[in-house]
Design a protein around this ligand. Structure first.
Ligand code: TXA
Ligand code: MG
Length: 339
């Protein structure tokens, strides 16, 4: 059930977490499905509720830098790296950034899929941080969607996908960032494992140029693949996927499409050939082409187009600057077909 996030519902949700029951809660990126990070039985329930076919590592959410040492083995870091982690934390936390760091033995294998590292994030959303503080101090949470499906940026998105499997969904309003956190591996040389809500350029301003790696679907920085590659079956990892088949196009191609009543159109901005009167099946993520605004609207727009029973959704790729990199990552995965 959806509860407006207030003092009373926060108390009830925190008690549920302490008792080992998962709770969905708002963050500034997407809604999370949380469980006490130190409780393996509670963690197992997350995978069951999401229908994940295997155990993927989760992000552990903490309320402030002072509790980083509760989950991360700071001693295992070289002193230089420890300083760098502190600088990054002070610059970008709380915020849409996740750091991968060596874990302490107290973090269960289920939270990290048996890895020696743990992914940690301090969210900005006050409801998230209050919930973490009131409950177990560290809350492991993947996005609160069924496995492989669209991430939720509103409480109703969570209810649609998981409402029958979950007692408590805290409603903290629409997610302001709207796209998952940037995941930065700090165990070796810093590298981005997943582009996300913190733009690459902001990290690079502090850390210098970062390599892109680890993602089967990402080209070198800023590169846009040819549309043929985007649509190739089996090449990409399907994820963040609407049920309606999605095709990704660059701007030029969108203008050349023949419009159909039974297909939907997702434009990044105006002025790239979108027709004026597509009625219900047209979404423009940002009139002015602002990638922050576009990211905030992305999943809600996809949820809506996906609910219309269309034959196909055509999506326009974003220019790769700022949050465009993360938007294109999600769209490529949404366009990927399982082999
Ligand atoms: O914004 C977000 O990050 C949201 C909100 C709820 O905080 N959470 C989220 O969680 O997107 P999830 O489970 O959907 O994605 C977690 C990502 C995955 O790409 C996973 O592979 C990576 O983090 N990850 C987690 N632990 C890791 C580890 N130890 N090493 C490398 N990658 C890890
Ligand atoms: Mg997810």
């Amino acid at each position: 059930m959806i509860y407006p996030a207030n003092e009373e519902s926060l108390r009830i949700a925190a008690a549920a977490l302490r008792a080992g029951e998962p709770v969905a809660f708002p963050t500034e990126t997407v809604y999370g499905l949380g469980a006490g990070a130190f409780n393996p039985r509670a963690l197992a329930k997350i995978f069951e509720i999401k229908g994940r076919p295997r155990f993927d590592p989760l992000i552990v959410h903490i309320a402030g830098l002072e509790t980083l040492g509760d989950v991360v083995d700071l001693e295992a870091l070289a002193p230089g790296v420890r300083d760098e982690v502190r600088r990054i934390g002070e610059a970008f936390w709380p915020g849409p950034l996740t750091l991968v760091l060596p874990k302490l033995p107290s973090v269960p294998d289920l939270a990290t899929a048996g890895l020696a590292t743990v992914a940690v994030r301090i969210p900005v959303h006050p409801v998230a941080r209050e919930l973490i503080r009131l409950s177990t101090g560290a809350v492991a949470a993947p996005s609160a969607n069924r496995f492989g499906r669209l991430s939720p940026t509103r409480a109703e998105h969570v209810a649609e996908q998981l409402g029958d499997r979950l007692e408590i969904i805290l409603d903290g309003g629409p997610a302001e960032v709207g796209i998952e956190s940037t995941v930065l591996d700090m165990t070796d040389r810093p590298r981005i494992l997943r582009p996300g809500g913190l733009p690459r350029a902001r990290l690079e301003a502090l850390l210098g140029p970062l390599p892109v790696s680890g993602l089967p679907v990402s080209g070198p920085s800023g590169e846009l693949h040819s549309p043929g590659v985007w649509n190739s079956p089996g090449l990409l990892t399907s994820h963040y996927a609407p049920r309606t088949p999605l095709y990704l196009h660059d701007s030029g191609e969108m203008a050349g499409l023949e419009y159909r009543e039974d297909e939907g159109y997702l434009f990044f901005s105006r002025g790239h050939g979108e027709p004026g009167d597509r009625g219900g099946a047209l979404e423009v993520l940002s009139d002015e082409g602002d990638s922050l605004e576009a990211a905030a609207n992305l999943f809600a727009a996809l949820h809506r187009l996906d609910s219309l029973g269309l034959r196909a959704i055509h999506a326009e790729a974003a220019p790769p600057q700022a949050l465009g990199e993360a938007i294109n990552d999600r769209l490529r995965r949404a366009a990927a077909r399982e082999p």
